[in-house]
Design a protein around this ligand. Structure first.
Ligand SMILES: Cc1cc2nc3c(=O)[nH]c(=O)nc-3n(C[C@H](O)[C@H](O)[C@H](O)COP(=O)(O)OP(=O)(O)OC[C@H]3O[C@@H](n4cnc5c(N)ncnc54)[C@H](O)[C@@H]3O)c2cc1C
Length: 395
């Protein structure tokens, strides 16, 4: 893979830069302090604007509203977004995971029906996979769907559903056959969250947000046209969503981590430790340097993942390497921040002494979930052991 920008990539970057300069809202820093529940309409409007310029999903095919961008252009996109501190997009799961799964496995009618509204953030998507007794072992899930004429009737419970509170649609994995091995009796349904019988209960996290939710399904009727992929082939469809979740996030996160470490280095020159600045403390310096180097390794890992996608057309199990790496690195970065700030690091956004308006105290708390969401570190190591290293399956 050639890491220098080609003339085409430079043109792409310059067009994006000019667009961002003209369109990034100047008041984002004020909104970013507010709880997600309040800022969500703002993020929706921002995503709509991005899509008006055809920037919401640059790597999607042109016929589905993207730009058919190369992986290198995708990396450029996220770098430029981070460079100007652009707000995030509202429909993160729709754009990052579920849209690509619908493009890959959906019928042409499903693509036409769902893709444009994912891009414009008119319909927000959530991912109904985990259940109280099926997280790492997703294939054990028990939410069932029974065929009744032209509908599936769904009963069961999901949990930890990010965006459930604002979701218009859900990619829901259900059991359609209980009499075959567990991976073979699953189906993916596209479920309208406004259907009678869907109940969403928010769960409050230690950050104070209610980012995720419990979802209950009581005799929810889903038309058979809303099966994504084939009946009883839901495992393959769900794995394709998970591969996107693990494979492509690194490109989006790397520029943010880079920005955070640079800011931390700047702050380390101001905060005192044992009569010196933190930047003069030998251990803090080593930790900052180590973290800086690891963020560069993360970038190179991402390029390796991109090479793999270029060769095969789809993200592979190597995405698990990147998932472990970014999630544990992010926790280390936030830990160093807390060591530098001392007691100030714990102050929340509303406090006038909070560092950077509380983004570090929030970050420390939020990153604890990084090694759980999208598959725990233990599970990722198991995937790497089996699918990348070729070790036998664990018992
Ligand atoms: C912030 C956040 C957002 C989330 N968003 C969503 C979402 O939008 N949609 C959704 O469906 N889910 C979501 N999840 C749920 C997430 O996918 C699960 O929490 C995760 O898969 C782990 O499942 P679990 O919580 O049931 O833990 P368990 O699977 O019960 O695991 C408990 C512990 O046992 C370990 N363990 C389990 N099995 C093995 C094994 N075979 N080998 C070694 N160790 C093992 C795990 O690593 C973990 O430490 C989210 C989670 C978080 C934290």
């Amino acid at each position: 893979m050639d890491l220098n920008l080609s003339p085409e990539e430079v043109r792409f970057r310059d067009e994006l830069r000019a667009w961002l300069l003209a369109n990034v809202p100047p008041d984002w820093s004020a909104w970013r302090e507010k709880p997600i529940e309040e800022s969500f309409p703002y993020l929706r409007a921002w995503q709509r604007k991005l899509q008006e310029g055809r920037w919401a999903a640059v790597s999607w095919p042109k016929e589905y509203g993207g730009r058919g961008a190369t992986l290198m252009q995708l990396a450029i996109f996220w770098e430029e977004m981070a460079r100007v501190e652009a707000p995030p997009m509202a429909n993160a799961l729709g754009l990052g995971l579920i849209g690509p799964t619908i493009i890959a496995h959906g019928t042409e009618e499903q693509r036409k029906r769902f893709i444009p509204k994912i891009l414009s953030a008119e319909e927000i998507w959530c991912q109904g996979f985990s259940e109280p007794n099926a997280g790492s072992d997703l294939a054990s899930l028990q939410t069932e769907a029974r065929l009744d004429g032209g509908h599936y009737v769904v009963n069961g419970q999901k949990v930890w559903t990010s965006y459930g509170w604002v979701g218009d649609w859900c990619e829901l994995v259900v059991r359609t056959d209980a009499n075959v091995p567990k991976h073979k009796g699953l189906t993916v349904l596209l479920v309208d969250m406004k259907s009678p019988g869907v109940e969403v209960r928010p769960l409050r996290q230690m950050t104070g947000e209610t980012e995720f939710n419990e979802m209950f399904f009581h005799d929810v009727r889903v038309p058979v046209e809303n099966v994504l992929g084939k009946v009883n082939d839901g495992w393959n469809v769900a794995v394709s969503t998970l591969m996107h979740e693990r494979g492509a996030y690194g490109a989006r996160l790397h520029p943010l981590f880079k920005r955070n470490i640079n800011r931390l280095i700047e702050l380390s020159r101001k905060f005192q430790k044992n009569g010196h600045t933190a930047a003069q403390d030998p251990l803090t310096r080593q930790k900052l340097a180590q973290c800086y180097a690891e963020i560069e390794i993360m970038r190179l890992n991402q390029l390796r993942a991109f090479s793999r996608i270029s060769a095969t057309g789809a993200p592979g199990p190597e995405g698990s390497i990147q998932k472990i790496f970014w999630s544990e690195l992010n926790q280390r970065l936030q830990q160093i921040a807390q060591e530098i700030f001392g007691a100030y690091g714990q102050l929340l956004g509303g406090d006038s002494h909070a560092v950077d308006k509380g983004i570090w105290s929030y970050g420390y708390l939020r990153t604890r979930g990084n090694t759980i969401e999208a598959g725990t570190s233990e599970v990722q190591r198991s995937i790497i052991g089996h699918f990348v290293l070729g070790l036998p399956k664990s018992y």
